[in-house]
Every structure is written in C-alpha cells, then in structure tokens.
Design a protein around this ligand. Structure first.
Ligand code: SF4
Length: 324
C-alpha cells in the first residue's frame, strides 16, 4: 500500500557549547494508512525526538539538519510554521503521556471538543456537539452526553486519556502520533487504552506512529516496529518477526529483559552497560561496547540496515561478506 508518511534519512542536531551533536542520524521509515508502526528504545534513543520532528515541534536548540518528511506526497519539513500548524491541527493528531497537558483545566470537555471540531470541520454548533458525543462514545466513555459539561479534573486518568484520544481524532486526522500514551496510567487501564487505539486506528484507516519504551505495548498494538539505539534505527520489521526472531543483538537484549508472561524467570537478563551519551557515540557500531557478539569490524565500520529475514538490521552479523 502507498505510504501516507515517509521519513527519509532524517537527521536532527543540537548546537551545544562544545559544537554540534547529532541526536537523530539517518532515520528512515514509512507508515501506510491503517498501519501502526511502533518506535521503541531506551530513554534518550531518539524516539520522542523523531515524533516531535514529524509534527514540527522540535524545541531549540534541536533542529532538522538533513533528510525529508513527506506526508501524503507533500514534503512538510520545509513548510512555514502557519501551514504546518494547520496541517497538524487538521491532518495529524497527537497524544502525549500526560493527558493534562493536552486539556485546558478551565474549560469543559465538551467546549474543548466542540471548539476543535468547529475549527477544522464546517459544522454548526449543534452538529459539532452531536459529533463530540459520538467521539466520546467511540472512545468508550459512558454517559457521553452528560459528561460533555464536566471539567478534565472530573475524569479519572484513564478516562482523561480517552478524552485526549477523542480530541486528537476530532478533526478526523489521517496520521496519529502517540508518544508514550499509556505510561502514566495504571497497568489495568493501559491495556484498555492500547486496545482502544488499535481499534480506532483500524476502523478509521489511520496511520499511527506509537512511541514507547515498552515492548509489551509494541507486541499488543503494532504491525511493524522500529528499534532505536543512540539516535538510529537498528532494526525494523514486522512485530512478530522482531519479537520472536530478533535480528539485532540489542533487540535480542531488549526481549530478554521483558518479564515472561507465564512461568518464573529467576532473574531478568540485562544488557550490560548504558546507552552512550549524546555526542559520545562510539565509532563503528554504536552498540559495540555492550554487544556480546562484537567483532573487530564492529569497532571501526558503522553498519547500515541490512536485510535480515523479514526484517532489516544494522548489524554486521547480517552481512554475507563477514562470513566469507
Ligand atoms: Fe554487535 Fe557488531 Fe552487530 Fe554491532 S555490528 S550489533 S557490535 S555484532
């Protein structure tokens, strides 16, 4: 299927006192309508920065320094701020970790929904109100009509995140960027919100970029996954393959550190060491100081994404040359 979003060789850098630091390096992926792509990695890997770059919300001193972002055939990384804001409001919805940042505590949920709907869609106040009720119902809020008159603080955390999802969908966007949408919620509520996102994404043919540090969320909600490490994608492929047959040693380590669903594991395995700081990325493969399968070549040559079964992995283990 033709991609709705194409991110090509995206680079982001920070200007610091000690010079320029590359925070995202050569990040490429695409998402088709109706597809959910997960971006997973440790904190600082660059996954949230990727989401922010796509919606044009990079905060200085971060800035785009290479690559392109194409939405529905149109390059959007060079749009003037006003055009990008319009596009963001109308065609790209976003959900963040803390629902309170997306909601104004001084206005009722209904007023916020109706205003967003009427800003982007040519509907009367009555039709916009009916649409707001329908959106709240779709996100599983009981007694939706009565709750329109309530303020954000009158909703529980999980219900507030449902309101934020309704708000993100109010303008009928085609792309949804969800950055750790369940991290602030109780575990029992997390699963409900994930299955809601999955259902709404499929029903509406939305392209979804789901940013998370949680492989469990990826397994539950995504069609494909891109694993990030030190500002780069190190593995990308269908969720099932990446989870069951990880091609990159870092992904394999991430999988090992997830608690098993059944049975007991004495001690969770951990990947030794820590991800390098920005500006201190090792030469060659950035993962080599932590990699149990490191070879001489890994210390000097940086691997690009190479075919690895149904996935692609930035690892010399998948280069036929290595074993000749
Ligand atoms: Fe490990 Fe080398 Fe592969 Fe990097 S390229 S992940 S160091 S085997």
């Amino acid at each position: 299927m033709t991609a709705l979003l194409e991110v090509n060789r995206l680079c982001v850098e920070f200007q610091t006192r000690h010079g320029c630091v590359r925070a995202l390096d050569d990040v490429s992926f695409s998402i088709a309508p109706g597809e959910t792509l997960g971006l997973v990695g440790e904190s600082g890997a660059g996954k949230s920065l990727t989401g922010a770059a796509i919606i044009g919300l990079l905060e200085p001193p971060a800035r785009l320094c290479g690559g392109s972002i194409v939405f529905d055939g149109q390059r959007i990384d060079q749009l003037p701020d006003a055009s990008l804001r319009r596009l963001r409001g109308r065609h790209i919805g976003s959900i963040f970790q803390d629902p309170l940042t997306a909601l104004n505590p001084l206005y009722t949920v209904g007023a916020q929904l109706v205003e967003t709907i009427r800003t982007h869609l040519p509907l009367s106040a009555a039709d916009a109100t009916a649409r707001a009720v329908q959106l709240l119902e779709e996100t599983g809020i009981q007694g939706a009509a009565a709750r329109l008159g309530q303020y954000p603080h009158q909703f529980s955390g999980g219900m507030r995140q449902r309101v934020v999802i309704a708000l993100a969908l109010a303008a009928e966007p085609r792309l949804l960027i969800a950055d750790e949408p369940t991290t602030a919620l109780d575990v029992s509520v997390q699963a409900q919100v994930i299955s809601l996102l999955k259902r709404l994404g499929r029903q509406r043919g939305l392209a979804v970029l789901l940013v998370t540090h949680d492989m469990g969320v990826i397994a539950e909600a995504c069609d494909r996954v891109a694993v990030m490490y030190a500002g780069r994608i190190v593995e990308i492929g269908p969720v099932r393959e990446v989870i069951h047959a990880p091609a990159h040693p870092y992904t394999a380590g991430l999988m090992e550190s997830i608690p098993p669903m059944t049975g007991e594991r004495e001690r969770l395995l951990q990947i030794d060491g820590a991800m390098p700081r920005l500006g201190a990325t090792p030469k060659g493969c950035a993962f080599h100081p932590r990699c149990p399968r490191e070879m001489a070549r890994c210390r000097t040559e940086r691997p690009e994404l190479l075919p690895a079964g149904a996935s692609r992995a930035a690892c010399w283990l998948h280069d036929g040359e290595t074993f000749r």
